[in-house]
Design a binder for this molecule. Structure first.
Ligand code: GLY
Length: 568
């Protein structure tokens, strides 16, 4: 602990304490409890099928596969077979690892593919339409997970999703609203009207029947990953690409592989935090934030006070500057793991933090300013009675990805290519910039922020957590960890608590509405911070293992969406 810095912070805390109390929070909805298993996801049908599989004797991996496929039917905003994701796991025996089923750039992709003749980014080309799609990873990922850890027949895990696609489900208000938001984009990029386009708009309770998706899922049930990456589904994907100007080929699909990787793991007091390595930036960034936080007395600064927010923002902007420079797919770029995770490097990097003024991001590293637009992705956390734990985050990137539905196959393709640095220093939809490390190359995975995370205490499972939120995923996971491990909040409070976010560029602090009152905001502005207020940050789904070995499941009930925790 740096005592001099700590005492300066405490003085600053006293000066601001009077004007800094956060808005009172809504009383939290109740967590779920269970001794035999727990599922927390963003969708009621998905949570229900996960619980069902656990109750049928499946383990956490079986349940995760069933949840994943159900999300592709009932949560098409982000649940998918046309996208990818990451899984961090801990087995009952204590083995920890991760599975990377992130999308890859097609073989015909190249670093200038989104630039015009003058080298300027062509607006929207990496974000919407056929050219924005990477080669999907979900189906290969689920097959890998099942082959290594599954205990029930694969057909039993995917069949519930097939039945719901075939017979239909009632859309939630959230799903109806999101589908209605994108009617124009659906019409713009699809060559024929798609199932999700509806005259007069979707209403809560409308029945959504997806026969083509049911057939696609049947081909996966019967043929495994080959039933997606080859054969009729592959033909339909390639036909869609050729019709719409996309570049994914049969060879790209057949070549796709999910990859097992060691987690990025870091100690913080009595806790050991395991999260996702590249091709996600999440694990390294969270590790850097936790290592940096250990140098300061956050507990004395208080929860969600202006000085705590200032300090977190200062840590975050340094971490995101490292992200922009040093992080990319480690199969293609030499990521300096050792340096980035060295506590001495982190301390030195944070040594110039001042409590009396914000550090302009331009002094940390130069770049352009842009805004964060979109936050969709989805996370679920699962534990079984034996103690296996799965933390899985998955996405098609934006809401409904590229907005392109594969005609005849009934699923949306991702727009994950936007997560590459399409042009050096030019921000993507999350305002994130990058350079060489994250430049487009054939077969490479685009850098993600997804951060499925598992925490141990004393060598035992303690916490399983994750959230959607694009670039805010990292900082949201970090804040829930700090809320729980440092500020003494219980898990529901830690999840419900308002969040902040900073990411080097744009050089602003984003506050969730209600995080600070006007006086608190003025205190931050007086330090030189530009503030932006947004309605919602993230949608955390978390599970805590309690002292008696049972589980507490906490869904993020306070933010819009349909999150559900259920245990038994
Ligand atoms: N597409 C958002 C992410 O991977 O971070």
């Amino acid at each position: 602990m740096n005592l001099i810095r700590t005492s300066v912070f405490v003085l600053f805390a006293l000066l601001l304490a009077a004007c800094a109390s956060p808005e009172p929070q809504e009383p939290p909805r109740s967590p779920a409890f269970g001794a035999n298993g727990m599922v927390v996801s963003a969708n009621p049908e998905a949570t229900a099928v996960g619980l069902q599989i656990l109750q049928e004797g499946g383990n956490a991996f079986d349940a995760a596969i069933a949840v994943k496929y159900m999300l592709s039917v009932t949560y098409p905003i982000a649940g998918n077979i046309g996208g990818g994701g990451f899984m961090v796991y801990r087995t009952a025996a204590g083995e920890v690892g991760s599975l990377d089923f992130r999308e890859t750039a097609p073989a015909a992709a190249h670093r200038d593919m989104y630039l015009d003749e003058e080298g300027n980014l062509i607006d929207g080309l990496s974000r919407i339409g056929h050219l924005s799609a990477g080669v999907p990873g979900t189906v290969a990922g689920m097959e890998e997970a099942w082959e290594r850890f599954g205990s029930l027949p694969f057909a039993q895990l995917i069949e519930p999703a097939i039945q719901v696609a075939e017979n239909g489900h009632r859309v939630t208000a959230f799903n109806a609203e999101q589908s209605n938001r994108f009617q124009d984009e659906f019409a713009e990029v699809n060559r024929a009207p798609i199932l999700f386009m509806k005259e007069g708009g979707w209403q809560e309770g409308d029945l959504l029947v997806q026969p083509e998706l049911a057939e696609t899922l049947r081909r996966i049930r019967d043929g495994g990953a080959a039933g997606f990456y080859t054969g009729e589904t592959a033909d339909l994907i390639v036909a869609e690409m050729q019709a719409g100007g996309g570049i994914i080929t049969h060879e790209d699909l057949a070549a796709y592989r999910a990859v097992w990787r060691p987690t990025v793991s870091v100690d913080f007091g009595d806790y050991r935090i395991h999260s996702m390595p590249p091709s996600s930036s999440g694990g390294i960034a969270i590790a850097q934030l936790m290592l940096g936080s250990a140098d300061f007395d956050f507990a004395s600064l208080g929860h969600l006070t202006p000085e705590t927010i200032h300090l977190m923002a200062e840590l975050m902007r340094r971490v995101y500057a490292d992200r922009a420079t040093h992080l990319g797919d480690s199969d293609f770029f030499d990521v300096p793991f050792e340096m980035l995770l060295d506590p001495a490097y982190i301390s030195a990097r944070n040594a110039d933090i001042s409590m009396s003024a914000a550090t302009p991001s331009s002094l940390i590293k130069e770049g352009e300013v842009e805004r964060i637009e979109s936050f969709e992705t989805t996370h679920f956390s699962i534990v079984d009675g034996a103690g296996n734990a799965v933390s899985l985050t998955t996405t098609v990137n934006s809401f409904f990805g590229s907005k392109v539905m594969v005609q005849g196959a009934g699923f949306f393709l991702n727009n994950e290519m936007d997560d590459f640095a399409a042009a050096p220093g030019v921000p993507n939809q999350f305002g994130l910039v990058g350079g060489e490390a994250n430049a487009i190359e054939p077969g490479k995975r685009m850098l993600s922020s997804m951060s499925p995370t598992i925490v141990e205490r004393g060598g035992e499972l303690f916490l399983v957590l994750g959230t959607p939120g694009g670039s805010t995923i990292i900082t949201n996971v970090y804040q829930v960890l700090m809320n729980l491990l440092v500020h003494g909040l219980d898990l529901q409070q830690a999840v419900d608590a308002k969040k902040m976010h900073a990411q080097w560029l744009p050089d602003v602090i984003t506050l969730e509405e209600g995080a600070l009152d006007e006086a608190g905001q003025a205190a931050l502005e007086a330090l030189g911070h530009e503030l932006r207020i947004i309605p919602q940050i993230g949608r955390m789904q978390a599970i805590q293992r309690l002292g008696d070995g049972s589980f507490k499941g906490v869904a993020d009930y306070t933010r819009t969406g349909d999150s559900v925790a259920r245990g038994f």
